[in-house]
Ligand binder design. Structure first.
Ligand SMILES: [Mg+2]
Ligand SMILES: [Zn+2]
Length: 191
């Protein structure tokens, strides 16, 4: 089936929310200015909007899965205040070398691996060819590139540092609202 839904896969820290050293409590998470309106705009344009995030804070023992889910519930509340929401939230709690216990493992879902994207595509009937990844790190874009998903790097979070390290041409936007403008603007022009 070639005509799945178009999706936008958003990184969390530094892309949708402000980059800080470890979000441990819901109140530590703050949206990038204009982020909620940008998500709302994508959904109104017909995109399935999913969060795709590496959260090795779990593997490192800094937070539990329950605390991570409370942080994400808070994120949905912040978005809802502006009429937006995420259609799906996918996270990798693992780390290949840090931490201990069952989360310390070389998984297939930690970006730049594409496991989370594959699972979302299969579960929700999404079409990679019509979809985008937006992130502040090269590894966010690499995860999508292996599946043929277009990437946009944002200059928030780690983005400016990452931009300097790019080895091939990539679309770069100042922040999430500008990245969404690139997507919705081009859709409106029938591209
Ligand atoms: Mg990030
Ligand atoms: Zn993982």
């Amino acid at each position: 089936m070639k005509h799945g839904k178009a999706a936008v896969f958003l990184d969390r820290d530094g892309t949708l929310s402000e980059e800080i050293d470890w979000v441990r409590r819901p109140e530590d998470l703050h949206l990038i200015p204009g982020a909620a309106k940008a998500v709302k705009r994508l959904r109104e344009a017909g995109y399935f909007v999913a969060l795709v995030t590496n959260q090795s804070a779990v593997a490192r023992g800094l937070i539990s899965i329950e605390q991570l889910e409370a942080i994400h519930a808070h994120l949905q509340q912040l978005l809802a205040l502006e009429g937006a929401r995420l259609d799906a939230i996918a996270y990798c709690p693992h780390h290949p070398t840090e931490g201990m216990g069952r989360w310390k493992l070389k998984c297939e879902c930690r970006k730049p691996k594409d496991g989370l994207l594959r699972e979302l595509i299969a579960r929700h009937g999404l079409d990679p060819a019509q979809s985008f990844v937006i992130g502040d790190a090269r590894r966010d874009l690499e995860a999508g590139a292996s599946l043929g998903i277009a990437g946009i790097l944002v200059r928030t979070g780690k983005g400016r540092r990452e931009e300097a390290l790019l080895t091939h041409p990539v679309i770069v936007a100042d922040a999430l609202p500008e990245a969404v403008e690139r997507i919705v603007g081009s859709t409106a022009q029938g591209r």
